[in-house]
Design a protein around this ligand. Structure first.
Ligand code: SAM
Length: 255
């Protein structure tokens, strides 16, 4: 596959963003608790991953691994992770953390739309704000399906479409719908930032099913009212009323 047209811009931007994701990445590597997204929602409350003992010996792939902390958590559970990411600076930070925390696993420079592994190489695929918002779902979800063994699971966290509808080009999410829902997928917030992908729920369900997935869970995350975060597009006052993030848990059909 030729490189997607949006990728060069995304990669350049993430080369810059990687500086501000270094310390949060290190904190996540150091954490003994698995958490999700910008509100640090606890896995022990959400149960997106299911029984954690099942990950021992599992072959996992993280699509858009960034600093690699999600794969490090899976490694601590006994999994055999692989991380893939297109941004060399993010992978360099991941390698530093591997040394610092003594957890090593393969890190591949590449992109989720075309992953250099044979069909059915993995038991589990995950994306926490990696491919899930930076890659076209019509390219990366079929690729995830190809990579998974029958019965394998894909779990991904992304922005909730409601939050995307209510967020202006710059500034905090509002209680007002600001863009069209129908036809939404490729989203450009402004000329300074790379494009993102935010497919609404109906087409996402169709796509997942067309790729051979059954949907097991859609977890809509509610923020705690008092949490202060470092991001400038959403606050807890909004995200405790409406979902700003969601986790999809889907399983590849056996036949
Ligand atoms: C918010 S970070 C991922 C967070 C990750 N959980 C971490 O540990 O840092 C987003 C990542 O997606 C990566 N990315 C962007 N486009 C991608 C693509 N097409 N395929 C895979 N990863 C991509 C970026 O390079 C960046 O490292």
């Amino acid at each position: 596959m030729t490189e997607p047209d949006y990728l060069a811009r995304t990669r350049t931007a993430w080369g810059e963003y990687s500086k501000s994701f270094f310390e949060p990445g290190r904190r996540a590597w150091a954490s003994e608790e698995i958490t999700w997204g910008i509100w640090d929602a606890k896995e022990s409350d959400l149960c997106a991953l299911g029984d954690l003992s099942q990950y021992r010996g599992m072959k996992t792939i993280e699509l858009g691994c960034g600093t690699g902390y999600v794969s490090a958590w899976l490694a601590k559970l006994g999994a055999e992770p692989v991380g893939i990411d297109p941004t060399p600076e993010q992978l360099a930070n991941a390698r530093l953390f591997q040394k610092e925390f003594g957890i090593e696993f393969p890190l591949i420079e590449g992109y989720a739309e075309s992953v250099p592994f044979p069909d059915e190489s993995f038991d589990f695929a995950i994306s926490e704000y990696g491919a899930a918002i930076w890659a076209d779902p019509y390219a990366w979800i079929p690729e995830a399906a190809r990579l998974l063994k029958p019965g394998g699971r894909l779990v991904f966290l992304r922005n909730h479409p409601i939050a995307v509808l209510c967020t202006p080009e710059k500034g905090l999410a509002t209680p007002t719908l600001l863009r069209d829902y129908f036809g939404m997928n490729r989203v450009e917030w402004n000329a300074d930032e790379p494009e993102e992908f935010h497919l609404p729920h109906g087409p996402m369900i169709d796509l997942l099913r067309d790729c051979g997935f059954e949907i097991e869970k859609l977890i809509e995350i509610q923020a705690p009212t008092d949490k202060v975060i470092r991001y400038e597009y959403i606050d807890a006052a909004w995200a405790s009323r409406w979902p700003s993030e969601e986790i999809w848990v889907v399983r590849k059909r056996n036949s």
